[in-house]
Design a protein around this ligand. Structure first.
Ligand SMILES: NC(=O)c1ccc[n+]([C@@H]2O[C@H](COP(=O)([O-])OP(=O)(O)OC[C@H]3O[C@@H](n4cnc5c(N)ncnc54)[C@H](O)[C@@H]3O)[C@@H](O)[C@H]2O)c1
Length: 263
């Protein structure tokens, strides 16, 4: 799938890993519709890359009506630019740690569980679900008749969730598990599905980790012994978009890190 001349929908695109994807898409000649709740960062990105190439839409991916309105606005923008949809990168995500029961025997709050699942799992699935009818209606491109790509974001926690990550691991494990059935559902339309499972990457989400936690995570790393950089993530997203043989797969991006049981 060529990036140039196409429009990509990126949730969570105002910050961190999603923002790096938006920058790479624009650098490769594509347009990006950025869906995020952070207006300050979203507007700053539009200023940086230019309103002709990037549109920012305030959107809470946990709110299905909000997604519907923003998908409509994106489709209208695509009609104006003539750059058809090429893919969806649902990168919006949150963490809210909580032990399944704490030392005082209080179970994890369902509000915390619902918060994480509604953004990381339901928000991912809902955005993909609502953009797909438009992606599937585009003209097929190239010898394989490609219509586009869905690149989802899981996490190393999908495989080695740590203490306090039951809800987060459930959300990311579900995203990983959706990859193959979604690819199978979409093959008839020439749409591929790839999921990337990063370990620790520098972003706003991980900037809040304490030094102690960060040092323990660094110890679990093989090589390189440092957090990943957002542009290392977006370079794999670019490859997932461009390489037609990547489909139905969850790719770990972790420098051989395996998260330990205890920090
Ligand atoms: N940074 C890491 O170490 C790491 C590791 C594994 C997976 N991930 C995943 O990568 C994705 C991107 O995270 P990041 O590290 O760039 O974090 P980040 O906090 O920098 O970016 C996340 C973005 O999502 C947006 N967002 C949050 N809730 C939203 C909602 N309800 N609707 C729309 N937007 C919302 C935030 O405003 C923010 O701009 C997430 O899914 C995260 O779980 C990150």
């Amino acid at each position: 799938m060529k990036i140039a001349g196409r429009t990509f929908v990126v949730s969570g695109g105002a910050s961190g890993l999603g923002r790096a994807c938006v920058r790479d898409i624009v650098a490769s000649g594509g347009n990006a519709a950025v869906l995020d709740m952070n207006e300050e960062l979203g507007n700053a990105l539009v200023k940086e890359l230019g309103p002709a190439l990037v549109r920012f839409f305030v959107c809470d991916v946990a709110d299905t009506d909000n997604i519907a309105a923003v998908v409509k606005a994106t489709v209208d923008w695509v009609k104006q630019t003539g750059k058809p949809l090429g893919g969806i990168i649902p990168a919006a995500g949150v963490g809210r740690p909580g032990l399944i029961i704490d030392k005082n025997l209080n179970p994890v709050s369902l509000d915390a569980v619902d918060f994480v699942l509604s953004i990381n799992l339901r928000g991912t699935l809902d955005l993909v679900r609502q953009v797909l009818p438009h992606l599937a209606a585009t003209e097929p491109e190239g010898p394989d008749g490609e219509r586009g790509v869905v690149v989802m974001v899981a996490s190393a926690a999908a495989f080695e969730g740590q203490m306090g990550q039951v809800a987060y691991a459930a959300s990311k494990g579900a995203v990983a598990a959706m990859t193959l059935p979604m690819a199978r559902d979409l093959s008839r339309f020439g749409i591929r599905v790839v999921t990337i499972a990063p370990s620790l990457f520098d972003s706003a989400m991980t900037a809040v980790l304490s030094d102690k936690v960060r040092q323990s995570l660094l110890k679990a790393m093989e090589f390189p012994a440092r957090p990943g950089r957002p542009e290392e993530f977006s370079s794999l997203v670019k490859q997932a978009i461009e390489n037609v043989m990547l489909n139905g797969v969850v790719i770990r991006l972790d420098g051989a890190t395996r998260m330990p049981s205890k920090l």
